[in-house]
Design a protein around this ligand. Structure first.
Ligand SMILES: Nc1ncnc2c1ncn2[C@@H]1O[C@H](COP(=O)(O)OP(=O)(O)OP(=O)(O)O)[C@@H](O)[C@H]1O
Ligand SMILES: [Mg+2]
Length: 333
C-alpha cells in the first residue's frame, strides 16, 4: 500500500497564562491510501488537536512548534493559507463532531455546496447544482433539500449533508472528529454504514477519531491510542483486542464491557490523565500503570516502530518484544 499521509514528530502547544499545554507530543504515524485509521483515547488526550494540526485548523493560542505533516509527499505545515485552500476539499476534508460546526446556519445547503465546488472546479452554476444533487443522492437525501437551511434538517440529515460536502471534490483523505457522537445510536449506525459504503466506492482514506473503542474496532483498519498528548500504541484492528501491548491500551480495552464478554467485571483505569502543563516525569502514564517500574518514573519511553505497530513503553525492548514477563517486570505499584 502507498503512504498517503505521513505525520512525523508533530508537536502542538497551547500557550496559556498558566504555562504551555503540551497537547501533542512527538506524534508520528502514517495513513495508507484507502486505509481507515482510528485515533482513540480519553478526553483531553490530544486527538482533536492532532486532527486540527494536520488539517491546518489550529488557531491561537494553539501552535505547531515542530514536526512535519505530509499529504501525498507535500509538506502541509509550511504552506500559506492560500496554498492550503487549494488542498482543502480536493485532497483533504474534515468533518467535526456537530454538523452545525461544519455548516453555516444562515446559508442554504445548496449555496454552501456550490461555493465549495466552484472554488475548485470550473463548472457552470447549473452543473454545480447537478453535482450537488448527485452528492446528496450519495447520502440518500432528496434533491429538494438543497434549498433548505441547515436548521430545517434533522441532526442525522445535517451530518449526512456534511459528509456529502466532504465528498464534493473527491478528496484523498477525510478526517472525521467524533462525527456521530452528537446523534442517537440508530442514526449513528446509519451514518457509519453509509460512510463505509462510500469509502468502498470512492477509496478515500479516513482518519477517524472517537472515544468509542468498540466502534473503532469495528470500522478501522489500524487503531492509534493517544495518552496525554502522545501516541502510545498503534496496532492493526484484528491484533488489538488480544495482543495490545501498552498497559494503557489494555486498560482501555478492559473499560468496555462489550469487548470483554458478559462475565468480566468492568474495570476502568484508576486515576486521571495528567495536567499537560506539568506532566509527570518519565512515562506520563506511570502514576496509573499497574506495571510501572523504577525506570518509568525517570525516563520517557521512546516509541518503537516494528512489524506489529508502534508502542511506547519500557516493558518492550528494541524489537518491541516484552523485556520481561509482566508478572516479574520490576516493582509493581
Ligand atoms: N484553547 C486551549 N487552551 C489551553 N488548552 C487547551 C485548549 N484547547 C485544548 N486544550 C488542551 O489540550 C489538550 C488536548 O485537547 P483535545 O481537544 O485535542 O483533546 P481530545 O482528545 O480531542 O479530547 P475530547 O475527547 O474531549 O474531544 C487538553 O488537555 C485540553 O485541555
Ligand atoms: Mg476532541
Amino acid at each position: 500500500m502507498e503512504s498517503l499521509l505521513q505525520v512525523d514528530k508533530l508537536n502542538v502547544v497551547y500557550d496559556s497564562p498558566k504555562g504551555q499545554v503540551k497537547a501533542v507530543k512527538d506524534v508520528s504515524f502514517t495513513i495508507q491510501k484507502g486505509e481507515i485509521f482510528g485515533l482513540v483515547g480519553e478526553s483531553g488526550c490530544g486527538k482533536s488537536t492532532t486532527a486540527f494540526g494536520i488539517s491546518r485548523l489550529l488557531r491561537p493560542p494553539a501552535r505547531i512548534t515542530s514536526g512535519s505533516v505530509k499529504l501525498k509527499g507535500r509538506e502541509l505545515t509550511t504552506l500559506t493559507d492560500s496554498e492550503f485552500d487549494g488542498i482543502r476539499w480536493s485532497q483533504l476534508s474534515i468533518i467535526l463532531q456537530s454538523a452545525m460546526n461544519n455548516l453555516n446556519p444562515v446559508i442554504k445547503i445548496q449555496d454552501q455546496l456550490i461555493d465549495a465546488i466552484l472554488a475548485h472546479k470550473k463548472m457552470t452554476i447549473k452543473e454545480a447544482i447537478k453535482h450537488s444533487e448527485f452528492l446528496l443522492s450519495l447520502v440518500d437525501i432528496q434533491p429538494d433539500r438543497l434549498r433548505s437551511f441547515p436548521h430545517e434538517l434533522s441532526g442525522g440529515m445535517r451530518q449526512r449533508v456534511v459528509i456529502a460536502m466532504a465528498l464534493a471534490l473527491n478528496p484523498d483523505l477525510i478526517i472525521m472528529d467524533e462525527p456521530t457522537t452528537a446523534l442517537d445510536v440508530v442514526v449513528q449506525n446509519g451514518i457509519i454504514k453509509k460512510t463505509l459504503d462510500l469509502q468502498k466506492k470512492f477509496g478515500f482514506s479516513i482518519l477517524f477519531i472517537t472515544h468509542d473503542l468498540p466502534l473503532m474496532l469495528e470500522i478501522c483498519d489500524r487503531v492509534g491510542v493517544m495518552y496525554a498528548g502522545e501516541l502510545v500504541e498503534v496496532m492493526r484492528r484484528e491484533d488489538l483486542l488480544q495482543n495490545a501491548r501498552h498497559p494503557y491500551t489494555q486498560g482501555l480495552l478492559r473499560s468496555f464491557p462489550s469487548l470483554q464478554g458478559e462475565k468480566t467485571r468492568l474495570e476502568g483505569i484508576p486515576g486521571h490523565p495528567p495536567n499537560l502543563i506539568n506532566p509527570p516525569k518519565g512515562c506520563s502514564f506511570h502514576p496509573r500503570c499497574p506495571h510501572a517500574m523504577a525506570l518509568c518514573r525517570v525516563h520517557e519511553p521512546s516509541a518503537i516502530h516494528d512489524r506489529k505497530g508502534i508502542v511506547a513503553c519500557h516493558l518492550y525492548g528494541e524489537e518491541g518484544e516484552m523485556s520481561e514477563p509482566l508478572s516479574t517486570a520490576g516493582e509493581i505499584n
